[in-house]
Every structure is written in structure tokens, then in C-alpha cells.
Write a protein that binds this ligand. Structure first.
Ligand code: UFG
Length: 338
């Protein structure tokens, strides 16, 4: 059993990962600056898991604070979630993204090195593949960065891989997420985007609560079976389990790896809407809209490597994802007939 520090620990994917780590007997410390996370997440996690969760409020660029945290409670590994993640924002303000994501990762790695922490699991993204030649996408597919956000994720991966290659890190896992959705089935934690959601599922759930009038379907003329964009949606609890298994694998074997985390199944926007309507009994009004600039028609993972290396496979299906995303949004909106 290991003690691990989660940067961005109160965020969407980290909070779900914390639940799985605690269930598997690990000890978890959360580090977050709460710039894009709700203040009550640690308390919710404590209620949900019955575990005490130390929280350090700090920015990852603050090496002193991170070093002090690592000195106070030595950890076996860091799981690095903290990052800015909005594509549009990254194009509007590249330096802010380079600073937080790239400089932030360098500062974190320095603090880890100074504190003798040589193992890391990193929250990367399938966005590093850009426009793939074909799907399913294997890990050896070329990386084609299409925006500043994607660039920062690829550089962060490269920093970690270089340190592993040169022996400065003993173990590293770059985890390339496809499209994480859903929430813990308890509806006690979930995703809380600030402002108008960019992503499909949080927008869909806000239409279902009546907060937004209709879902804009961005493009119906793609070269996909029904003309709408196809993605590999993965339940956040499956993703959380993958973090725990990847962590346990790299701790046991001291290896460096880069793996896709997806289901391997492509789902279109319209298929998602239908699954949501089936899973929740709510009708979703649609507004057919032009393509969203920068969107790729279709991409989904070849997730075989994660299964081969550390025995992980997604278990939850699209209806589980819709049901749990809806439970969470409905709970926040005070809707009880779920
Ligand atoms: N979509 C809609 N309406 C919406 C929102 C999305 O039709 O209101 C469509 C998109 O056009 C796309 C699909 O739903 O076809 C999925 O869109 P998301 O925004 O949910 O997800 P993306 O695949 O665009 O985004 C993902 C990750 C980002 C990453 C990005 C890079 O969530 O973190 O890929 O392109 F940066």
C-alpha cells in the first residue's frame, strides 16, 4: 500500500481516483489551488469514503510549498492531474498555458527530485494524436498537436519520458485519456465546469435539468455513420480504476509507459443523445448547428496495451455513463425523481 500525492486533487478525475485509491488501501494526499475545483470536494470525499484526507492548498509552481508537503509526508509517487484544460482559452492565452502546464510540471518535477520522489503517473490526453490517420488509435500513432493545450500535454509527457529515460525518474506512466464522462454512482462527486460547458456530456445534462434550452449538435455532415462527431467516451470510475492499476504496476516494476485509456468504442453525438434519453427518460431538444472549428470527425482508442500491461479494461457502458452523469447533475439541481 502506498501513500500518494494527487496534484489537482480536488478536480474531476482526481477526486474519483482518490475514491478508488482509498478503497484499494492506499493513502491519499490532495494538493490543489482550488482555481478550478469546488472547495467542498475534500469534505464530500471524506463523507463518501470515511477516510481522512489531508489537503494542501498550493499552486504546483510554488516549489517551496510542494517541497514542504513532500517533506512533511513522504510519498511513494505523485499522480499529476493539475493543469489548465480548455482548448479555446489556450489559443487565446498561450503563455498562461505554458506557464501553468509546462513550467508547473517542471517545478513539480524539481520538487519531487529534491524530495526523493521518483515515480509519477501523469494525466495526459488523446488530444496529442490530433487528427489521426485512422481509428482505433494505438499508442505508436504519430502525435500531431493541433492547439496550445495539446502542445502543453505533449511537452509534459516528453518531460516525464525524458526524465525516466535518463534515470532521473524510476517509474512513470503517461495516461492518454479519451473522453472522460460520468460521475461516482453516489452522486456525491462529479464534474462541475465553470460557466457554459464546452464538452458534450455536461452540456447535455444541463439541457436535461432545463438550465439550457437545447443541445447544439456541432455538425451533421461528417464522414461518420450518422454525420455527427464520434468519440471514445469513458466512465470516470473506469478511468479512476486505471490510475490505481497503473500506479500499482509502476510501483511494482519501476517502468516507464505511455498508454491509452478508452473503451475502444466510438459513439456519435446522436447515439449519445439517444443513450441519454433511454437511461434517464428525459427528452433532449436538439439544435443542429455548424461544425465547431477545430473538431475532428472521429477518433477512438485501441485500449489493448493497458489490458496487456496492467490488466485494465473499461467495464461501464454508455448507459452507465449517462445515468451517473445525470444523477450528479440532477442532485446538484435538486431534482429528486432520478
Ligand atoms: N459536441 C456537440 N455539442 C456540444 C459539445 C460537443 O455536438 O455542445 C460534440 C463535438 O462536436 C464532438 C463531441 O460532441 O463531436 C465531443 O465533444 P467534447 O467537447 O465533449 O469533446 P472533444 O472530443 O472535443 O474534447 C476532447 C477533450 C478535450 C480535448 C479535446 C481536444 O475533452 O480535453 O478533445 O480536441 F482538449
Amino acid at each position: 500500500m502506498a501513500r500518494v500525492l494527487l496534484t489537482g486533487g480536488a478536480g474531476y478525475i482526481a477526486s474519483h481516483t482518490a475514491v478508488v485509491l482509498l478503497e484499494r488501501g492506499h493513502e491519499v494526499i490532495l494538493l490543489d489551488d482550488f482555481s478550478n475545483a469546488e472547495r467542498d470536494v475534500p469534505a464530500r470525499l471524506e463523507r463518501l469514503t470515511g477516510h481522512n484526507l489531508p489537503v494542501i492548498e498550493a499552486d504546483i509552481r510554488d516549489s517551496e510549498a510542494v517541497s514542504a508537503a513532500l517533506a512533511a509526508q513522504p510519498v511513494a509517487a505523485v499522480i499529476h492531474f493539475a493543469a489548465l484544460k480548455a482548448v479555446g482559452e489556450s489559443e487565446a492565452d498561450p503563455l498562461r498555458y505554458y506557464d501553468m502546464n509546462i513550467i508547473g510540471t517542471i517545478r513539480l518535477l524539481e520538487a519531487m527530485q529534491a524530495g526523493g520522489v521518483a515515480r509519477i503517473v501523469f494525466s495526459s490526453s488523446a488530444t496529442v494524436y490530433g487528427q489521426p490517420d485512422s481509428s482505433p488509435i494505438p499508442e505508436h500513432a504519430p502525435t500531431r498537436v493541433q492547439n496550445i493545450y495539446g502542445r502543453t500535454k505533449l511537452v509534459m509527457e516528453d518531460l516525464i519520458s525524458d526524465l525516466a529515460r535518463t534515470g532521473k525518474l524510476r517509474a512513470a506512466a503517461n495516461l492518454r485519456y479519451f473522453n472522460p464522462v460520468g460521475a461516482h454512482p453516489s452522486a456525491m462527486i462529479g464534474e462541475t465546469p465553470r460557466g457554459v460547458p464546452n464538452n458534450l456530456m455536461p452540456y447535455l445534462t444541463q439541457v436535461a435539468t432545463g438550465r439550457r434550452p437545447c443541445l447544439n449538435v456541432f455538425g451533421t455532415d461528417y464522414a461518420t455513420p450518422d454525420g455527427t462527431g464520434v468519440r471514445d467516451y469513458i466512465h470516470v470510475m473506469d478511468l479512476a480504476e486505471a490510475h490505481a492499476l497503473a500506479l500499482e504496476h509502476i510501483l511494482a516494476h519501476d517502468v516507464a509507459l505511455t498508454v491509452n485509456l478508452g473503451t475502444g468504442i466510438g459513439i456519435s453525438v446522436l447515439e449519445m443523445v439517444q443513450a441519454f434519453e433511454r437511461a434517464t427518460g428525459r427528452a433532449i431538444p436538439l439544435n443542429i448547428s455548424p461544425r465547431r472549428p477545430g473538431d475532428v470527425a472521429s477518433y477512438y482508442a485501441n485500449p489493448a496495451m493497458a489490458e496487456r500491461i496492467f490488466g485494465w479494461k473499461a467495464r461501464l457502458n454508455i448507459e452507465d455513463m449517462c445515468r451517473d452523469a445525470w444523477r450528479w447533475e440532477a442532485a446538484k439541481a435538486g431534482i429528486n425523481d432520478v
